[in-house]
Design a binder for this molecule. Structure first.
Ligand code: ACG
Length: 476
């Protein structure tokens, strides 16, 4: 189970109100106590942006987060707690302030080959596949290709020397002690076709690139961990996953949230079969990185319209399916926030350590709106109650931590029974069953076996159990 950590919002070590490596190091016991086996660290390289996905130096830590020494300490302390750390690496583009781009603008080789420049006016008609945004940005007398907006000129991987540079970047961070990478925008390495003068995903070329980069990395660390970010339908996600070993299962995150919203057992069954086919067999060439939300999405409790019981129920589903679960920082406190891009980014608000909103280590880099002081959302307040959302969330996480074998489990059966969803998993001699009531009313089920609950509650009846609304029963 991994914790998705946004340094800037997490914990401040030097009193400047901006989260940093020193602050995060001081909170590693907190992350470990959640039952985590690892951390996905959002980009920490030098960058002019708050999100860090537009890099100005691939070989350095953003000075506001600390320096290489702070990073080495963070990694050493994480490893002392058996926490792996994977680094989010955005290789698809750079910042416009990267030295490479500035030297490219001066016509210096090889840098001018490392970006894509307009060669034909007809290319200007190209639009981003998912939201039809323009993809060419004017500069001087030319245009550069920038899929993620004017601040992020795409790198041109037709250039061999750029592949060589990427291998050096991977070597650098692995040699510092990272256990692997989350590769950003993995399907976008080759996503503009000069032949058709428009955006076109060239999946085979993308996979050839990533195969080269992951093989290079495995020469440095044979145990290196790679997670691919391919935000697409299942067929596309599956295409990439075996090259990396772990593929984020975006489609499953929608299946869980939409089945809950629609209170539909059948929707879950159909969706689960369609997005986890590799877990219905024993032989699989990759694992799914399973999750409910990430930094590009609306937060869990907000997605559930503030219904904390449904949020814990959704988490119980995540904690019971095979694969490697990822949890976005702050979800454990029930933090709220609607996703919006480059506006107020309310899904990235400071982690509220104190109920007053202030105290040693509290980050204050941006105003908070959805997670204000005095709302009872803070760690300080919730850690004092066994009934708090945090306590319920942590209990659910620890259920998973105590059953690491679920990662590799095989799905034996998934079916509907008395209006509930039933999931049966096995792994070797182990077997476990989950019964989910994804409805607003209690359900009676004829079950002889003893159960315990992972979410909500149940009572025993003469011939079985009465499973309350938004509850999950476990037989093991
Ligand atoms: C990554 C990072 C993100 C970062 C960048 C750029 C990339 O997580 O934080 O932005 O470095 C696309 C890309 C992803 C990208 C997101 C933001 N995420 O593929 O790599 O945009 C559709 C498309 C997807 C698209 C998604 C966006 O298919 O390609 O993701 O929409 O919403 C169903 C469909 C599925 C569809 C979804 C949603 O599931 O099957 O295909 O996905 O519905 O409609 C960072 C900052 C940004 C900044 C940028 C420069 O976060 O704010 O602008 O850097």
């Amino acid at each position: 189970m991994y914790y998705e950590l946004f340094l800037r919002s997490f914990a401040d070590g030097n009193g400047d109100g901006i989260g940093d490596l020193q602050g995060a190091t001081e909170k590693l016991d907190y992350i470990s106590a959640l039952g985590m086996e690892g951390i996905w660290l959002l980009p920490i390289m030098s960058s002019p942006s708050y999100h860090g996905y537009t890099v100005t130096d691939f070989y350095n830590v953003n000075p506001i987060y600390g320096d290489i020494k702070d990073l080495r300490l963070f990694l050493a302390e994480a490893h002392k707690r058996d926490l792996k750390v994977i680094l989010d690496l955005p290789l698809n583009h750079t910042s416009t302030n990267h030295e490479w781009f500035l030297r490219a603008l001066n016509g210096e080789r090889p840098y001018s080959d490392w970006y894509l420049w307009l060669e034909d006016e007809s290319w200007l008609k190209a639009r981003r596949p998912w939201d039809k945004q323009k993809v060419w940005t004017p500069i001087g007398s030319t245009f550069y290709y920038s899929l993620f907006g004017p601040g992020s000129p795409d790198l041109n991987y037709d250039s061999e020397s750029l592949w060589h540079e990427c291998r050096n970047i991977l070597t650098f961070w692995l040699s510092l002690g990272f256990d692997g990478f989350r590769f950003d925008a993995a399907k976008h390495i080759f996503d503009f076709s000069k032949k058709i003068g428009n955006c076109e995903y060239q999946h085979d070329r993308n996979i050839a690139f990533w195969s080269d980069m992951t093989s290079h990395s495995r020469k440095i660390n044979p145990e290196a961990i790679f997670v691919s970010e391919v935000w697409d339908d299942w067929e596309t996600v599956e295409k990439y996953s075996s090259t990396f070993g772990i593929g984020f299962n975006f489609p499953l995150s929608y299946v869980i949230k939409e089945a809950i919203e629609g209170r539909s057992v059948q929707k879950f069954i159909d969706g689960f079969r369609g997005t986890m086919p590799h877990y219905f067999t024993d032989n699989r060439s990759f694992e799914s990185g399973v999750f409910l939300t990430n930094h590009d999405m609306t937060r869990l409790v907000t997605n559930m319209n503030g219904n904390q019981n449904q949020a814990i129920f959704a988490l119980s589903m995540l904690m019971s399916v095979p694969g490697i679960p990822f949890v976005f920082y702050g979800e454990e406190l029930g933090m709220e926030g609607v996703y919006n891009e480059l506006f107020n980014e309310e899904q990235l608000e400071p982690f509220p350590w104190y109920e007053s909103g202030f105290g040693p280590g509290q980050t204050e880099w941006k105003a908070v709106d959805k997670n204000r002081p005095g709302m009872g959302r803070s760690y300080e307040k919730q850690s004092k109650s066994n009934e708090s959302f945090l306590s319920r969330f942590r209990k659910t996480l620890l259920f998973r931590k105590e059953r690491p074998w679920l990662r590799w489990a095989k799905v034996d059966n998934i079916y509907e029974k008395s209006g509930c969803l039933c999931l049966e998993l096995t792994q070797g001699t182990r077997r476990i069953s989950f019964i989910y009531n994804l409805s607003d009313s209690a359900k009676n089920l004829c079950i002889e076996k003893t159960i315990h609950t992972l979410a909500g509650s149940a009572t025993t009846t003469d011939n079985g159990i009465n499973l309350k609304a938004w509850s999950c029963a476990v037989i093991e």
